[in-house]
Design a protein around this ligand. Structure first.
Ligand SMILES: [Zn+2]
Ligand SMILES: [Zn+2]
Length: 122
């Protein structure tokens, strides 16, 4: 299953191809939005998508097209059980992202129509 990862700031929605700033709560952002919402700083801050409390150890800069060298080295030294645990958790991020994208695709037009009907500026 191949799909694009989009920035989880709905008003941005940038397709992430080079890198993503990901969080422990399974959200992903472009570097611009992550920077604007303080995810690249130190201290405490909230996830801009779900408001979960975060700090720098709960945010990760991921290269989305890692080099062969990176792939060869990133898991070196880890026990096979840890490697399998990491590999098992990663698809959970994608399942969550795909479910969210489906929700946005289905619900956003209805939300926008509601705002227009009520005279709100989106
Ligand atoms: Zn963004
Ligand atoms: Zn979050």
């Amino acid at each position: 299953m191949e799909s694009d990862l989009n920035c989880n700031i709905v008003s941005c929605g940038a397709v992430l191809t080079e890198e993503a700033i990901t969080t422990v709560c399974s959200h992903g952002f472009c570097a611009n939005c992550a920077n604007q919402h303080g995810l690249l700083g130190r201290g405490s801050f909230a996830c801009p998508a779900c408001r979960k409390p975060l700090n720098e150890s709960r945010v990760c800069r991921q290269l989305l097209c890692p080099s062969e060298e990176w792939k060869s080295m990133v898991l070196c030294g880890l026990r096979p059980t840890v490697i399998m645990e990491c590999a098992g958790r990663a698809p959970g991020f994608w399942s969550y992202q795909l479910a969210n994208q489906l929700l946005v695709t289905l619900c956003l037009p209805a939300v926008l129509a509601c705002h227009v009907e009520r005279g709100h500026v989106c």
